[in-house]
Design a protein around this ligand. Structure first.
Ligand code: AMP
Length: 398
């Protein structure tokens, strides 16, 4: 079964065509700058790549171009779009409506629309992606896979904010958590590596441009660092993560900004970028730190300390940890961050092997010392694979 996986952002569109039966990635690509000008990067294999600029005023032209590229160019991989059996869409916010993936119908779209106030940047683009596919491929089923769904197993004591209860019952104010598809995939891989079927205690550190950490007990999310929105928790590329709420009115006054401007400031100008004044890209910060930049060095220490703080808190919540997993751009590639996070945690059975940690690979790997009570794994995430699998299962079972 061929599944087209789509991740529609406000001005971008990531796609993968996956054979869900053999698990092969048939083609992959990215459309950027939708509504600005338009760039498409399409890849069938390392030697078969296509890169071009073309006007893309809306997501409709972008999806049409993706379908055309899959069928009608030098890099075509299918003869007709009828060969696509189903489309799996990444949807950022499923609220409390969705604790698993679902086949899209009108009722599902209405619910995703109702959640727009909770994800104003993401859900509108996700809905647009679904509606355009319905228009362009009316016979092909669409499946929505939610970033929040995996965290719907969190107990109330871990998802409520300590504000009057009616804010939850009337306004749906609570922690939802994000990166659920990644936390699910990585924790499942870790359970396989541990050889554990029933009981397992795992902490997944998804460290990328956006970062979050999740405590997974017996395969279920029990707590995660992101909250009502993806701003809470770890320090990220441009997001502050946790701050005292009192910072908001203080900054509003000092910088003469309104609430929306402050949220924008905390989402887009803070984190690594704000701390270092250099970049949101960790590679550039590491380089600056090696060149003697003091602010860059502090930024690195600060992000590691925040991760460490959550890691230890989650070890406490879980009552121990069988495995700590690192994933996403930073988690998979930065031995420096992994080492700094794990350093000094020998007292709780987390002992990193510095040599194993330095080995680079695209495979799942163990980087703890043989004496370590806790396993430390690097597990490359694969959200597209989960979306393709969920889509396959739902459409096959229909
Ligand atoms: P993601 O959002 O998962 O694509 O991750 C992006 C982040 O990963 C950026 O901050 C990159 O600087 C970081 N990253 C990628 N490769 C490396 C590397 N080799 N060392 C350090 N950071 C890296």
């Amino acid at each position: 079964m061929l599944v087209l996986v789509l991740n529609a952002g406000s001005s971008s569109l990531k796609y993968q065509l996956i054979n869900a039966t053999t698990k092969d990635v048939v083609a992959t690509g990215l459309v950027e700058r939708i509504g600005i000008d338009g760039i498409l990067k399409h890849e069938v294999s390392k030697n078969k790549k296509l890169d071009f600029e073309i006007d893309m005023p809306t997501h409709k032209e972008a999806i049409e171009l993706v379908l055309k590229t899959l069928t009608d160019s030098e890099t075509k991989v299918i003869n007709s779009i009828d060969e696509i059996d189903a489309i799996g869409h990444r949807v950022v916010h499923g609220g409390e409506y969705f604790n698993s993936s679902t086949i899209v119908d009108e009722k599902v779209i209405k619910k995703i629309e109702k959640l727009i106030p909770l994800a104003p940047l993401h859900n509108p683009a996700n809905i647009l992606g679904i509606k355009i596919c319905q228009e362009l491929m009316p016979k092909t089923p669409n499946v929505a896979v939610f970033d929040t769904a995996f965290h719907q197993t969190m107990p109330e004591e871990n998802f409520l904010y300590a504000v009057p209860h009616e804010d939850y019952t009337e306004h749906h104010l609570r922690k939802y958590g994000f990166h659920g598809t990644s936390h699910f995939y990585v924790s499942q891989e870790a359970i396989k590596l541990l050889g554990k079927k029933k009981s397992s205690k795992i902490v997944v550190c998804h460290l990328g441009n956006g970062s979050s950490i999740c405590a997974v007990k017996d395969g279920k999310s029990i707590s995660t660092s992101m909250g009502l929105t993806p701003l809470e928790g770890l320090v990220m590329g441009t997001r502050s993560g946790d701050i005292d709420a009192g910072v908001i009115p203080y900054l509003m006054e000092k910088k003469d900004m309104d609430g929306h401007q402050i949220i924008d400031y905390l989402n887009k100008k803070s984190g690594l970028l704000g701390l270092s004044g250099i970049s949101s890209d960790l590679r550039e910060i590491i380089k600056a730190s090696q060149d003697g930049d003091k602010r860059a060095t502090v930024a690195i220490e600060l992000i590691c300390n925040r991760i460490k703080k959550y890691l230890c808190a989650y070890a406490g919540l879980l009552g121990g940890v069988d495995a700590v997993c690192f994933t996403a751009g930073i988690g998979e590639n930065s031995d420096l961050i992994r080492e700094k996070v794990c350093n000094g945690l020998d007292f709780m059975g987390i002992e990193i092997d510095k040599n194993k940690n330095k080995i680079r690979s695209a495979e799942n790997r163990e980087i703890n010392k043989s004496t370590s009570k806790t396993k430390i794994y690097v597990i490359p995430t694969n959200e597209e694979f989960v979306i393709a699998q969920d889509t396959y299962k739902l459409v096959k079972g229909k």
